[in-house]
Design a protein around this ligand. Sequence first.
Ligand SMILES: Nc1ncnc2c1ncn2[C@@H]1O[C@H](COP(=O)(O)OP(=O)(O)OP(=O)(O)O)[C@@H](O)[C@H]1O
Length: 303
Amino acid sequence: MIEVNRLTKRYGDVVAVSNLSFTVPPGLVTGFLGPNGAGKSTTMRMILGLNRPTSGTATIDGRPFTARQAGLHHVGALLDAGDVHPGRSARAHLSALAHTNGLPRRRIHEVLEEVGLADAGHRRVGGFSLGMRQRLGIAAALLGDPPVLLFDEPVNGLDPEGVRWVRGLFRRLAAEGRTVLVSSHLMSEMQNTADRLVVVGRGELIAEETVTEFAARGARAHVTVRTPQAALLVPLLAAAGATATPDGADALAVTGLPAAQVGELACRHHIVVHELTTHHASLEEAFMELTAHHAQYSAQETR
Ligand SMILES: Nc1ncnc2c1ncn2[C@@H]1O[C@H](COP(=O)(O)OP(=O)(O)OP(=O)(O)O)[C@@H](O)[C@H]1O
């Protein structure tokens, strides 16, 4: 269990994380979601004791994590896939980590197999693609077989097969009872992976809820009605409690009444209908709407 309690981090005038509280329970994948610059990496670094909070606390299983405690046995993390010496082979990189953390050497082979790099273990990391570096970073996080795992933007650079694989991996790790926190700036990456979401914007908590609860935000459907007799239908819809707004030349966007009732209403009044379509807002749209006021860099990337 990870517990973040009123965590704040300031860099001069920049408030990277502001009074942030949330929990990451074991046995589930928790998606840590927010636009660029929302403070996700800074929060993860504070959880891992790599950055000092300005105020507030972050604990893992009830205690602040410091690298000295139990190291990779307790917590595995992928923070920056580029943070590996380019001249080293993947195997040598993992070997050094295993040595300093007192881990058995057989784990090196096991995790290379696990992430699909068994054949590339002898190759220099400098020649790896971004996706291969991500896989190596994930291998390093798994090396100590830890009960708590943090992954910062693990999907970056992975091909579609890699994305599928990593989703399955996170789900399996959670099913084994581990605590899994995965950050992303894309809702689409999380909707088939995470059980719970912690959504942040400009360093602040926006939402902490299950994916099902989050999906309900996007459930506000509207119905498109295409009819050459819109002028007749509009007052009938209004009388039935729905709101109809023009949507192109011969169509209406209707909210407040399901498609079936719109169709029945039109039928009762002999109004010709050419199209009746229900539109659900996607999770991505719900996320965009939710974070719109919290996006710091909406026109350009921060890096
Ligand atoms: N060492 C630092 N010095 C100054 N400002 C920093 C530092 N680290 C982070 N920041 C600022 O803190 C804010 C949060 O950054 P952070 O990298 O935690 O966000 P993020 O949600 O991980 O973003 P991204 O999705 O772009 O990686 C940003 O405004 C960033 O510029």
